[in-house]
Design a binder for this molecule. Structure first.
Ligand SMILES: NC(=O)c1ccc[n+]([C@@H]2O[C@H](COP(=O)([O-])OP(=O)(O)OC[C@H]3O[C@@H](n4cnc5c(N)ncnc54)[C@H](OP(=O)(O)O)[C@@H]3O)[C@@H](O)[C@H]2O)c1
Length: 118
């Protein structure tokens, strides 16, 4: 595609439990290309993970806020469009942008994809 036109943004399925695009995201970041994960919360049946629930409880956030904060921390080229039909969830999702996940928390969340508990 890049022989035809410049690419400014890539969209594909990616979230804390579905990480097939890990290497691609790093490549795109190096090239200054944005990445929009679709199903950032798992899609039609949102993420369910005991690790996610435990970590969220530890940092005083909801599991979905924690999943969004993990994505924002994952790489500077990640842009989020979490879908919701609820104003409460919209407010929670916006607040997730100010959650700072410490290294040990991010590391624990990396265990979700490794453990396949979702
Ligand atoms: N390029 C593609 O092929 C493609 C494919 C699929 C989707 N997309 C796009 O990706 C974006 C997101 O997709 P998506 O909405 O299907 O998936 P998603 O954002 O991963 O998940 C949405 C689900 O999470 C729930 N949710 C949202 N915020 C929540 C919160 N704070 N707490 C608890 N549950 C929460 C929603 O339920 P509630 O309504 O109850 O909040 C909904 O069931 C959309 O813009 C969509 O158009 C693109």
């Amino acid at each position: 595609g890049r022989g035809i036109c410049d690419i400014v943004c890539v969209q594909n399925q990616y979230n804390v439990a579905h990480r097939a695009d890990d290497a691609l995201i790093d490549d795109l970041a190096r090239e200054g290309i944005a990445y929009v994960p679709f199903f950032p919360l798992g899609g039609f049946s949102p993420l369910q993970s005991s690790i996610l629930n435990d970590v969220a409880a530890r940092i005083g956030a909801t599991p979905m806020q924690t999943a969004l904060a993990w994505l924002l921390r994952r790489s500077p080229n990640i842009l989020l469009i979490p879908g919701t039909s609820s104003q409460k969830h919209l407010k929670e999702n916006l607040a997730a942008a100010s959650l700072q996940l410490p290294d040990d928390v991010a590391k624990a969340l990396d265990g979700i994809a490794a453990s396949k508990t979702v």
